[in-house]
Ligand binder design. Sequence first.
Ligand SMILES: Cc1ncc(C[n+]2csc(CCOP(=O)(O)OP(=O)(O)O)c2C)c(N)n1
Length: 353
Amino acid sequence: MAREKVFSGEIEKIEVLNSENPEQEAPELEEEEFQELYRLMMLARKFDEKAFSLQRRGEISTYAPHKGQEAAQIGAIYPLNDEDWVVPSFRETAAFITRGAPLEKIFRRWMGDANGQKGLAELNTLPVSIPVGTQNLHTAGLGMAMSFKEDNNIVVGFTGDGSTSEGDFHEALNFAGVYDAHSVFFVQNNHYAISMPFEKQTNSDTVAQKALAYGIDGLQVDGNDVLAVIKAMREVMDRARNGEPTLLEAVTYRLEDHTTSDDSTRYRDKEEIESWNEHDPLSRFKQFLEENGMWSDELADYEKEAEEKIDKAANKAMDMDDPEFDELFDYVYGDMPEILEKEKTDLRKEVAE
Ligand SMILES: Cc1ncc(C[n+]2csc(CCOP(=O)(O)OP(=O)(O)O)c2C)c(N)n1
């Protein structure tokens, strides 16, 4: 019986900070850019803390924290051009901040006001997708359009490890490969889909290797290392601009509960969280700045400044009038069914009261 090897593949991982491999260097950035990255990470962390407390006070009904995932999200957005597109899922607050969405609007969205999503088109950013994995089709579709138009732009779409078990994810990767989409599928593997650990989610060792089945590139990166993420992004963006899509897996960890409605102590132990706290993306990056002579008194003071900025934005959001609810109903059907029309009227009445 004749037998020959018809396929083989491997997946590489990019790391920069605390790497034992001295050959791995930081991406080329100006000193101010390194410092700006730290400020963005601190601002995103403070947003998270504030949103949590607003939820506890009843100003926000549910919030999905990103603590621990700042490096992944900020590193994915930072290297993009304004003309590139961003497709978020639901945990991407740090990404929205980096893309330049006004803080008060982000708060407003978490408060349930559709006005919080207005104006995103100017930032070439799609609205949040809550149904898990569906946004991967948007990432594929936008990337295919870029390929058909033969332009030089790319799209970065966020998705979680849990979403990689959804059919949409696989359809998206398949189409992206077949049509040379300018797409980067950015998976934040934060180790859990609510209470489902990664080991039970899939029998694959990595998410990135799933790319190989679709004939696209797969790469893994330390997602708690903002410099590694920027390096990986620069590499895969260059390829995506030329019609070579990538599945980029950022290995990270959700340091908080899944949402404010979750209690993660019921499915993971303290030791695990503590061990990931030691890889906190903020403290790792701070250490890098200190070791490379880029830490300053101003940066040390920024924590307070960030808190003030966030408080101001939250107050502004709470002062805003006229929340938009109609759009919850308006774009679901071409012709709105009666039952939905009634729900819309009822909600309007309830809100007015
Ligand atoms: C289609 C669909 N099924 C189930 C849910 C409920 N749900 C919300 S988040 C979530 C887990 C998603 O996990 P992952 O993709 O790893 O993203 P993470 O929450 O970790 O950021 C689930 C099952 C949903 N929103 N949509």
